[in-house]
Design a protein around this ligand. Structure first.
Ligand code: ARG
Ligand code: ZN
Ligand code: CA
Length: 303
């Protein structure tokens, strides 16, 4: 089945609902370019996550252990300690980037109280569309925690075979974060092959940190469209399944597509790398758009 990423669909929704997104993105793009030439500066590297589990029944619930398995995957993939990183084909090996980021379930809620970092909501909805209804209590979902300080991750049924979607930097703070389908979350329990290694969240958090799909976002396939990342070769369109190296879709890319990149559409066991310039782009997004992640509550004034 040909799938289209929910993040792209959600992007065009956000452009309509929140016109400021385009303005914010243009600004972020020029600042990202400026930053690459300048000195690196501080950005959050240990990201607190709140997982909002939306379950329709006991049969569809997700255990704490399954949530933990997803956090483990993120910690491997974003540290570059994932075992399958060694499978990167030789011509791409020197392009591998390690983001050096870690993720942990939040230990303090927005009011400063201790928490497991998991919220659980029983909902009447069997599944949701790519419409952010899961992000509001009033529409059967769970409200976001302060999106400037936490990465909000919703887990719920998603219609139409969508595995997940993210909101790019610069969108509406009220709906910021990442949504992952129950069937593609973590690497145990409800996770179903071939999307049962937790890589949907790796991919969507890439979007959340301003990465595009390798082939760009043009709606008509072309070898000229860009992902604003120099070391990912241009490719015509998405790959799926378990491609064999080399797979050449554009003549200017002699080694072919970097289909084993997290920002392609291949199966979970076939994606295992970010490139160095993708890492730079994510770091810029953390510095310019997501610098509040992990910030603690302001200390209340005495008296
Ligand atoms: N947003 C994409 C979709 O819904 C996610 C693709 C993730 N790929 C993966 N192997 N997990 O199709
Ligand atoms: Zn995507
Ligand atoms: Ca590229």
């Amino acid at each position: 089945m040909a799938r289209s990423c929910g993040a792209v669909q959600n992007y065009f929704r956000q452009v309509d609902l929140f016109p400021q997104l385009r303005v914010n993105q243009a600004q972020l793009e020029s600042q990202t370019r400026a930053l690459r030439q300048g000195a690196p500066s501080d950005f959050p590297t240990d990201i607190p996550v709140v997982v909002h589990v939306l379950d329709h029944s006991d049969a569809t619930t997700i255990s704490d252990a399954q949530v933990a398995s997803q956090i483990e995957v993120l910690n491997e993939d974003y540290a570059g300690t994932n075992a399958d990183l060694s499978k990167v084909p030789a011509p791409f090996a020197q392009l591998v980037g390690r983001p050096g980021l870690s993720f942990h379930l939040a230990t303090q809620d927005p009011a400063g109280q201790p928490t497991t970092g998991i919220t659980r909501t029983r909902t009447a909805a069997v599944d949701f569309g790519v419409d952010d209804t899961m992000k509001k209590r009033s529409s059967g979902g769970a409200d976001a925690w302060d999106t400037t300080r936490y990465l909000n991750l919703w887990v719920c049924g998603l219609r139409g075979g969508v595995l997940g979607y993210a909101q790019f930097p610069g969108g509406d703070p009220a709906t910021d974060g990442v949504v992952i389908a129950t069937a593609a979350f973590g690497r145990q329990g409800s996770a179903k092959a071939p999307f049962d290694l937790g890589r949907t969240a790796t991919h969507e958090i890439g979007h959340y940190l301003n990465l595009s799909h390798i082939w760009g976002e043009a709606r008509v396939p072309t070898c000229d469209d860009t992902d604003f990342v120099g070391d990912t070769p241009n490719q015509l369109g998405p790959n799926s399944g378990k491609p064999r190296f080399p797979k050449v879709s554009c003549p200017a890319a002699p080694n072919g597509d970097m289909f084993m990149n997290y920002m392609d559409y291949v199966d979970d066991d076939s994606m295992f790398m970010f490139s160095q310039q993708q890492v730079e782009r994510m770091h810029a997004a953390l510095q310019l758009s997501r610098s509040g992640l992990g910030a603690s509550l302001p200390v209340p004034a005495a008296g």
